[in-house]
Design a protein around this ligand. Sequence first.
Ligand SMILES: Cc1cc2nc3c(=O)[nH]c(=O)nc-3n(C[C@H](O)[C@H](O)[C@H](O)COP(=O)(O)OP(=O)(O)OC[C@H]3O[C@@H](n4cnc5c(N)ncnc54)[C@H](O)[C@@H]3O)c2cc1C
Length: 467
Amino acid sequence: MLAKQRILVVGSGISGLSFVLALLKQCEADGVAPPSVTIVEQHAEPVNDESNERANYSIGIRGDIGGVQALESLGVLAEAQRLACDDRGFFVGSVWRDGQWHQDVMLERSERRPEARGLRISRVKLRALLLRSLPSHVQVRWRTRLTGVALVRDDTTSPATVHVSAQLSRSDDHDDSDGTTSEEAFELVVAADGCRSTARSLVFGEQPQYALRFTNSAGIAGCAHFADANDVPAIARTCHGVLFGTKGRSLFLAHESPTRVMWALSYPTEQPRPRDVDSDQAREALLQEARVCGAEQPALMAQLLDATPASSMRSISMFDKMPHASALDNRLVFIGDSTHPVSPYGGSGANMALVDGVHLGSAVAQLGRQHATIEAAVKAFDAEMVPRAERICSQQRMMLTLSHTTKWWQLRARSMMLTCLAYPRTALTAASGLALATVVGLAAGAYYLYNNADSLTFGGSAPEPTL
Ligand SMILES: Cc1cc2nc3c(=O)[nH]c(=O)nc-3n(C[C@H](O)[C@H](O)[C@H](O)COP(=O)(O)OP(=O)(O)OC[C@H]3O[C@@H](n4cnc5c(N)ncnc54)[C@H](O)[C@@H]3O)c2cc1C
């Protein structure tokens, strides 16, 4: 049954590739013939992508939201760890302790739970690893875009047959205009085409609940290259993390190699930034803007900016969207950024993309066993994905608000939260103390009431005052 299905995957990013790998791996494990899989990618096959500084940022794969486990189930964790940056953990800065703001609070990666240890890896390397892991019979059709999609039902057959007709346009190798266009039929289309998903706009148009939402946050990012490892600012020498400012700005730093540090300043704003202009002058202006924007950390920013080539500069406007379920009678399913894009500062988009890919892959592979139809498999995936992604998107929105706050009570709440993270034992002792005090207080109150019950009046009207 599964072998007769034709599946189209739109996009060869992290979510699309992990779906294909999970599906084929599961079929192999179950000893069933796999479905026919077609992957289309609008861009050309990547060649030497690592030299493109603006696209080659590192991403954090986390154990707490399933990214590490997803890589493990795809069978690529060991290779990803080998390719990962030498990153020993996560720090947070600006924690309120002993009456003053502290920096350099380090959360070492737990050695006790190696399975949950995260890793930082270049996005380009991770995607290349997933591409390399595809079996040779699965080819990506490069420079091929999805340009149209429709559900086709044929009621003249018994039972009625249903398929999705996809319009695919292949562009010329030397120019981006659409060259040849074909109409092809599939039983399932997987939209893994990123935050500005074509599939999403083709089926939902301009409906507001499917539109991207500006998070009122933007950022400026770059990559500092130091001549010597000893020149790297101490805070970013072996780890990654965030310095939270008190004036609404925060600075993310990630150690990517002994001499390379990625940095990103973020700040609150009413309007998204204009699209970056691709010129030396515009990038130089971005560098200068970062100097002003990072004024709360003048020495650190000067160190970073002096080592940052203008060519690595980019600006980021942060959009997100709550997840939505599949369309076209469960024959068009959305995974990764196409359904739940989140701000890059939360460090969870790629993790969610991996988890989606793995879960959808194993749901579809169970066709004929646990799920009777493709629609049932997609429904089961949506029922798990939507609440999971909603929870993470809401957490990301809260973190973004706390990152950029200037309100004193939010600053206090943030510092308490970070202190608990950084000093879990102290927080646990304080919480236990508070709980014990509450229990003792309640017990003492109950004892008092018990012993004085006769002399106490509850309810009823108050006694008349004696004049
Ligand atoms: C600066 C930055 C830092 C980040 N850091 C982190 C981090 O630390 N941790 C983390 O978890 N996440 C991070 N993210 C987010 C993460 O990169 C994304 O969430 C993840 O790449 C989403 O994967 P995806 O496969 O869903 O989409 P994408 O990676 O966007 O892939 C979509 C693919 O579809 C193709 N496509 C689009 N339209 C069509 C079409 N019509 N036809 C054919 N192909 C099409 C695109 O070309 C692309 O290859 C970061 C993002 C940025 C920008």
